[in-house]
Design a protein around this ligand. Structure first.
Ligand code: SAH
Length: 210
């Protein structure tokens, strides 16, 4: 599996991922642990994959892309919040880079499974079950926030939970296609930057889709 992981990371480099912290994390985290055993042979292909309950583990390229956007703006060991725990893979990458990671999932079965996996792997990631479109106010502010589901617009609650100079990385747009967007808190203002298009499963919640 280590050889397959090296090949995956070579592929990411060829696709333009250059942040060494990100490439090292992607080489060290065993992605096959985050999919079921039947899928182990697919684990190092650069594609999204079903994890049950209509959800997917994000494509390695997407994970590397979002993590690079965050790491450039908000270096570890900042405190970061991920919305949409899913398989736990993106959270494990954030942990491997040295962030203090908090993550929220709305589907109980995924939450239970991933909490157990983090315990097995010994990962110190704090998990919460609930509507992540409202963030995790008790643990705010966060130096970085990453949303791994598609939002119709940027949730106000998440912007409010950013620390000064903190960045929020979030795919925003219609279901089917969203634009990767970064909001940075600068005093009382938010600066917005637009990046490439991606397709995520929907963010479902009070500040997401109904
Ligand atoms: N980061 C995950 C990606 C999982 S797909 C990974 O690496 O595997 C997106 C996840 O967001 C799904 O598990 C979905 O249930 C979850 N989700 C959707 N809306 C949410 C909400 N409002 N709050 C928390 N999680 C949500």
């Amino acid at each position: 599996m280590a050889e397959r992981r090296r090949e995956m990371v070579d592929g990411l480099r060829q696709k333009g991922i250059s942040d060494l912290r990100v490439l090292e994390a992607m080489e060290s985290v065993e992605r096959h642990r985050f999919v079921d055993e039947k899928s182990h042979s697919f684990a190092y292909e650069d594609s999204a994959y079903p994890i049950g309950y209509g959800q997917t583990i994000s494509q390695p390229y997407t994970v590397a892309y979002m993590t690079s956007l965050l790491a450039e703006r908000c270096p570890p060991p900042a405190k970061v919040l991920e919305i949409g725990t899913g398989s736990g893979y993106q959270a494990a990458i954030l942990d491997a880079i040295g962030y203090r990671v908090y993550t929220v999932e709305r589907i109980r079965a995924l939450y239970d499974r991933t909490v157990q996996l983090f315990a097995e792997l010994g990962l110190p990631i704090s998990c919460r079950l609930g509507d992540g479109s409202l963030g995790w106010p008790e643990e705010s502010p966060f130096g970085g926030i990453m949303v791994t589901a598609a939002a119709p617009r940027c949730p106000e609650h998440l912007l409010q939970q950013l620390a000064e100079n903190g960045s929020l990385v979030i795919p925003v747009g219609e279901q089917g296609m969203q634009r990767m967007t970064v909001y940075r808190r600068v005093g009382a203002r938010y600066e917005k930057e637009l990046f490439h298009y991606f397709a995520f499963v929907p963010l479902i919640g009070r500040e997401g889709w109904n």
